[in-house]
Design a binder for this molecule. Structure first.
Ligand code: DQA
Length: 143
């Protein structure tokens, strides 16, 4: 089964983000980590990243139209993009929100997620393994 993994703004620049928060993995390494875990759990991961809200919305529309399950790290859009929230709501296949860090343990503006209410669940704080845990949850939801 295919899973669309959507990463939001600045995640392709993990190499220059704060490694104390986001860890040591580069974005290409994160993609390989997700692809390999997806294979282990019987999925084919289509891993994408965009800094652009409209592009992310178009990918969510694609998932909605194709009934494709989604794992999404909306990055900073998590905290304020009602447009991404509304697009995520259109996805009827499972949709899981993930974060590398634990937003609830960080600045107050990160404590709000406008996406969580339309996700099956949210996993954060486990670094790249947040995606692996999401794949395990997705497997349980789809089998
Ligand atoms: C993030 C957390 C967000 O608050 C932040 O804006 C990000 C990454 C995470 O994966 O921990 O860019 O989504």
């Amino acid at each position: 089964m295919k899973v669309l993994v959507i990463n939001g703004p600045n995640l392709a620049r993990l190499d220059i983000r704060d490694s104390a928060i986001y860890g040591d993995m580069s974005y290409p390494q994160l993609i390989a980590h997700i692809e390999s875990a997806a294979k282990t759990h019987g999925f084919t991961a289509d891993v994408r990243q965009s800094d652009d809200e409209a592009t992310i919305i178009s990918w969510l529309h694609e998932a909605a139209d194709g009934s494709i399950p989604v794992i999404i790290n909306p990055a900073a859009f998590t905290h304020y993009s009602y447009a991404i929230r509304d697009a995520a709501e259109l996805v009827k296949a499972p949709l899981i929100e993930v974060h590398l860090s634990n937003p609830l343990a960080r600045e107050e503006f990160r404590h709000t997620s406008v996406i969580s209410g339309v996700a099956n669940g949210t996993i954060g704080g486990f670094g790249p393994n947040s995606y692996v845990l999401a794949l395990i949850a997705l497997k349980a939801l789809t089998s």
